[in-house]
Design a binder for this molecule. Structure first.
Ligand code: GTP
Length: 424
């Protein structure tokens, strides 16, 4: 399967697994990384093999060919020198020794030639070598005749052979040709070496480039993954915070619900210095039900929203306002004692009484019954639930007294420890 086909399949797989788009890019990046790595290994191995072959050729063919050509040249020169020496010295023993050396050099020439022929040479070299071989055979026959004459003391005949057969000229031509061969072999060896070195440099460049690309891609993928994870974490955190915030809010009015109210007042009590008074107002609407019954539930909802806003407007930003359920609200007046809280309660009651709600061409007016209790921070935890209970009972008492009242906990029962009474 080709690399793009693999990428397509993985892309489809990640889509099936609901992997986000960025993650799909990361997966694709990893695939490219793997493909590049495979390419790097394949290219590296291929280049190494090529370089090995080239150096092998230099070692097995080019350099030995050069050596053999030199050896042939040397042996050919040595043979003519030996003949000249034989001619120059009359001592038969010395001549005998030189004759033997002459034969040995002939053998050395033949060995070097055979070794050269055994190598894998190109066509031009083989043609050149064959030509040299023909020249060498012709020359060798004449040289052997001259050597025979000298060994038998027929020096004049030997001299005549030397001159008539142009042994020196033929010899020079052969040596020149052998020099050309040796030079050619040397150039080939150098060219082969050069090619091998260039291949090595090119392999280094490719490996470096691919390595750098791999590194850059790896870094890019690393950064993408890190960002992806960080983003996912941020979103999760945000979701969690939103869910927690939503769990603490009343969806209709946006005020705290009972849970949010409990959390907020807990925080408040923990943050306040001991002995600070905080007051609780429990507010229940009077005659809310008829709004629902006559104008409908939507009207009731709208009215609850408007009254929630009215409550917020009546208190300070630091005060805690909540809808505990139905038409029941609670307010914690931060730092206010019972007397001050009672005043705020009365202000709220009056504001609600003054408020008129228009719906479907009809006007509604409502009242409120409010119970007040006060808690001192540092009191036992149970003091808070006592205060809640006391405010609830006070609110009930307000209803009982005919509604539209603000009633303090002291008017209802003896307050528990830490709960201060308030007077309406
Ligand atoms: N529109 C609307 N009505 C609600 C919601 N929650 C509760 N209610 C209604 O609020 C009314 C509360 O009942 P009550 O407190 O007995 O009604 P009330 O007329 O105020 O009675 P009193 O408090 O005795 O004056 C009920 O009719 C509930 O159906 C709400 O979210 N939306």
């Amino acid at each position: 399967m080709t690399a793009p086909a693999v990428a397509r399949r993985l892309g489809r797989l990640s889509a099936l697994l609901m992997v986000p788009r960025t993650a799909r890019w990361v997966v694709a990046g990893f695939i490219v990384l793997l493909v590049l790595q495979a390419l790097l290994v394949q290219q590296g191995l291929q280049r190494l093999r090529d370089i090995g072959t080239m150096f092998d050729h230099v070692a097995r063919t080019a350099l030995p060919a050069q050596q053999h050509a030199h050896e042939m040249q040397r042996a050919a020169q040595a043979r003519i020198m030996l003949l000249l020496r034989m001619l120059a010295q009359p001592d038969p023993f010395e001549r005998e020794a030189d004759a033997q050396a002459f034969v040995q050099e002939g053998l050395a020439f033949g060995r070097a030639r055979d070794a050269l022929l055994a190598l894998a040479l190109d066509d031009a070299t083989q043609i050149q070598l064959r030509h040299i071989q023909q020249q060498a055979v012709a020359l060798s026959q004449r040289q052997r005749a001259m050597s025979e004459a000298l060994l038998q003391g027929r020096d004049d005949e030997a001299r005549a052979l030397l001159e008539q057969q142009r042994l020196f000229d033929v010899q020079r031509e052969l040596v020149l040709e052998l020099q050309a061969l040796a030079q050619r072999m040397q150039q080939q060896a150098q060219a082969d070496q050069q090619r091998a070195l260039e291949a090595q440099r090119s392999a280094e460049r490719i490996v470096l480039m691919l390595g750098a690309s791999l590194f850059a891609l790896g870094v890019a993928i690393g950064v993408a993954v890190t960002r992806l994870v960080a983003r996912a974490e941020r979103l999760l955190l945000l979701d969690k915070e939103r869910a927690e915030a939503a769990a603490c809010r009343d969806p209709l009015t946006g005020l705290y619900n009972r849970r949010g109210f409990e959390q907020a007042r807990e925080l408040l009590l923990r943050a306040s210095p001991n002995g600070t008074p905080h007051s609780l107002l429990l507010i229940d609407l009077d005659h809310f039900k008829p709004v629902n019954d006559t104008a409908g539930h939507d009207a009731g909802d709208a009215l609850l929203r408007r009254l929630a806003q009215l409550l917020r407007d009546q208190v300070r930003p630091q005060d805690i306002v909540a809808r505990l359920g139905g038409d029941e609200f609670a307010v914690v007046l931060v730092g206010l004692d019972a007397a001050q809280a009672t005043q705020v309660g009365q202000r709220i009651r009056d504001a609600v009484a003054d408020f008129s709600f228009e719906w479907g061409g009809r006007t509604f007016r409502l009242g409120t019954s409010i119970g007040v209790a006060t808690v001192l921070t540092g009191a036992a935890e149970a003091a808070w639930s006592h205060a809640m209970k006391a405010a609830d009972e006070a609110c009930y008492e307000a209803k009982r007294r005919g509604r539209g009242q603000v009633v303090g906990a002291a008017d209802v029962a003896t307050p528990a420890t830490g709960v201060q009474a308030s007077v309406a």
